[in-house]
Write a new protein. Structure first.
Length: 151
């Protein structure tokens, strides 16, 4: 029995070692997948920029000079030197600034709308209170009249 137990322990150790090895391989593959996803996202971004620039250039299909200038610009942007991270950072910064400006305008407009709504609600509440006060006064007057005529 002791020999059998030792044999089982040895087999278990071998399985544990194989399991650890497989886990390390899985982690390595996951890291590789993450790198490939990041690379794919970068390439998708470059592709999208190229397509956008190409769409802008195609607008000048009837004007030869403008088309030529657009194609030169396309070549310089996408075929010349590879995009440096500074150019990408500048694009990201400009887009961030543009979105921030848009959101700030939206916030300003929403604040104005909220202010108008609050003013309208205050006006309505004051109008209702004044109307209620006049109705209460009228009710009290009618009660006085009724109590005057009834002994």
């Amino acid at each position: 029995m002791d020999k059998e137990l030792e044999r089982y322990n040895a087999v278990n150790q071998a399985y544990k070692l194989e399991n650890d090895n497989q886990l390390l391989k899985i982690e390595a593959h996951q890291a590789e997948i993450q790198k490939l996803k990041a690379s794919n996202a970068d390439l998708e971004s470059v592709n999208l920029r190229f397509r956008t620039d190409l769409e802008e250039t195609v607008q000048y299909i009837q004007d030869f000079k403008m088309l030529k200038a657009g194609v030169k610009l396309l070549y310089q942007r996408h075929c010349g030197e590879p995009l440096s991270s500074k150019n990408v950072d500048d694009d990201v910064t400009r887009e961030y600034a543009r979105q921030r400006e848009y959101l700030e305008r939206s916030v300003t407009n929403l604040k104005k709308k909220i202010s108008k709504d609050q003013d309208l609600q205050r006006y309505e509440a004051n109008r209702f209170m004044a109307e209620n006060a006049s109705l209460i006064k009228e009710i009290n007057d009618l009660r006085r009249e009724v109590s005057f005529f009834l002994p």
